[in-house]
Design a protein around this ligand. Sequence first.
Ligand code: SAM
Length: 412
Amino acid sequence: MNGIEITVDAVGSKGDGLARLADGSRLAIPFGLPGETFRAPKAASSGTFERLSTSPERIEPICAHFGTCGGCIVQHWSSDAVRNWKQERVTMALSRAGVEAKVAPTLDAHGAGRRRVTLHIRQREGGTCAGFMRAGSHDLIDLDRCPLLVPELDPAPDLARGIGHILRGISKPMDLQVTASAEGLDCDLRGCGPLPEPLRKKLIEFAVARNLARLTLHGERLVEARSPRVIFEDRPEMLAFLPAGSFLQPTARGEALLARLAREALGKTKHVVELFCGLGPFGLRLAREMKVTAYDSDAGAIEAFNRSIRAHPGGKPATAEARDLFRRPLFAPELKPFDAVLLDPPRQGAEAQVKELAKSKISLVVYISCDPETFARDAKTLTSAGFRLGTVTPVDQFRHAGHVELVASFRR
Ligand SMILES: C[S@@+](CC[C@H](N)C(=O)[O-])C[C@H]1O[C@@H](n2cnc3c(N)ncnc32)[C@H](O)[C@@H]1O
């Protein structure tokens, strides 16, 4: 019999099964699951793998495009196993950074689905296509629908093709970001560059005919029939204005869950400073009960945050201000008025800001992170400065993908 038999013993961060070879090196087996045995070619570094046994955790993918589409990596693995894998990844990241912590089981936060999607638009000989890229390629899968999205986003691929068709004379690759808002679909088109007046007019007519809430070009408003807002799943009476192109938590369930965990961790806090606040999903909720001072570098998000605060009178005083916290973190003396910090930085983490927190007199830091590695690095800085890290709770808004978020609190 040609080839060698190998057994997968782990799944890597990109979703591949990992097996150890006789020389100790690691081999990645696409979509292999722990416990499964494969026959690999003798060279073992390339070629196809024949699956000889099947894990009881293997399940039928929910989408016909799984395996070719670059969007999902673990649709073939049971959800319990995926949640355990994400918990393990958080544990391993902390252990590599030398931080001791208890990591709770991962909480599922998919809810009704993702409320925002970015579709690539490309012109082909047969017409305009819209969808996601094939895994590891620049080839586009022309998509009918994506089962991970909220049902309100079902028309998104068709909308993207419609816009692409209007702009078919433009050969540039374009992207359409579509968000399901309370006022209808909010679309932001990128990559088209400045458009001549006749094409702008056609796009406006298209947006009106399709009853879009708003259509922006690189964040510049082309037509706004209604000002888009997102509803808080846990507080349906509260809505937040949605700036074009700003960050939005992928699922309404995830946003509500992160907000609840942050609220619980803040306990009796009276005045919180919220860093990397975005359009304010956490600060707006918190301002019902405590004073909030918030910062983010995105001026559009800050404007929306302040507008939403004005739309929800009757809470505690809340203000939001634009500031680049990488270049100009809140310095230790500036942190004196606050009794707690809530931060939710981008993937890079908050290295400069956390160094200032370490130097300050702040005794409670609640950290929401979307990257276990940079979180672990920042956690090391805080624990080295005398903070004790409480239980870390992983939160999964990215069902079938590799990302994981988490909430943790540090006290001293
Ligand atoms: C993970 S998002 C969280 C936003 C918000 N907390 C939310 O849940 O919608 C990270 C935020 O960091 C902001 N950001 C990125 N780089 C920044 C910087 N250098 N200074 C301040 N804010 C920054 C982004 O604008 C974004 O709003």
